[in-house]
Design a protein around this ligand. Structure first.
Ligand code: B12
Length: 210
């Protein structure tokens, strides 16, 4: 049987190649991709966050863990099952300006994709004008903004303002998320929705369109 704790420990230790091997092995042993994600990788990243906060882990080590996480997610991506196959709608997603955190954003992107959304992932450090241009180009129904820093949350408001200034706000629903973001904050800045994690982001996106 797969030892999920071992996977968490390998992630926390930032051993990317080992983690890939262990994730692949877990899959080969029949462990569900969602179980690997929810019971090993996400709790592992939580520990990384706590240690970073307590000063027990430093940026280079956190980066190693983050890279290991991204590598593992690449393996899990095709396996996180599709609930529905037809396109549920088009979503543009990105991490706001000044913010380089992308693990959570990529997870949300992956979950939406696996649930049938067409997702255009703009990447990190996306300025309000970047979102505006992308909306003009791709005509999505939803714009999803991610921020992990209290200092970059303000960029969410700026992005919504930029969409308004360009006359685009009425044609899209904006959803926001990331560790420091709250439902209350989402309301204050005029976003249509907030979700605390990737699973509920999927439900939120569906509820906004149907
Ligand atoms: C990994 C990490 C890094 C990595 C990022 C690598 C990468 N490729 O992403 C590196 C080392 C680069 C990094 C850098 C920094 N980091 Co950092 N980092 C983290 C850490 C440990 C984990 C974040 C993570 O990936 N979590 C796992 C994912 C799965 O969770 P998530 O991101 O929250 O996403 C979920 C939900 O929030 C939600 N969600 C996310 N986005 C969206 C979007 C939508 C639309 C929706 C609906 C939902 C949603 O769904 C996701 C999946 O369930 C956090 C600690 C923490 N507790 O969050 C600190 C943390 C975010 N970092 C922090 C800091 C301070 C920094 C630095 C400023 C450090 C420095 N001095 O240089 C820099 C900033 C760099 C920059 N300009 O962005 C602080 C932020 C404090 C604050 N409140 O502002 C934190 C909280 C750590 C701490 N406690 O001090 N970091």
């Amino acid at each position: 049987m797969t030892d999920l704790n071992k996977l968490s420990e390998t992630l926390i230790a930032g051993k990317g190649p080992d983690l890939k091997n262990q994730v692949q092995q877990a899959i080969d042993e029949g462990t569900d991709a969602s179980q690997i994600l929810n019971s090993a990788l996400l709790p592992g990243m939580e520990v990384v966050g706590e240690r970073m906060e307590n000063g027990d882990m430093f940026i280079p080590e956190v980066l190693m863990s983050a890279k290991a996480m991204s590598g593992a997610l690449e393996i899990l991506k095709p396996l996180l099952s599709a609930e529905e196959s037809k396109s549920a709608g088009k979503v543009i997603i990105g991490t706001v300006k000044g913010d380089l955190h992308d693990i959570g954003k990529n997870l949300v992107s992956m979950m939406l994709e696996s649930a049938g959304f067409e997702v255009i992932n703009l990447g990190v450090d996306i300025a309000p004008e970047g979102f505006v241009e992308a909306v003009k180009k791709h005509d999505p129904q939803i714009v999803a903004l991610s921020a992990l820093l209290t200092t970059t949350m303000t960029q969410m408001q700026k992005t919504i303002d930029a969409l308004k200034e360009n006359g685009l706000k009425d044609q899209v629903k904006v959803i926001v998320g990331g560790a420091p973001v709250t439902e209350k904050f989402a309301k204050e800045i005029g976003a249509e929705g907030y979700a605390p994690d990737a699973g509920s982001a999927n439900k939120l996106a569906r509820s906004l369109l149907h």
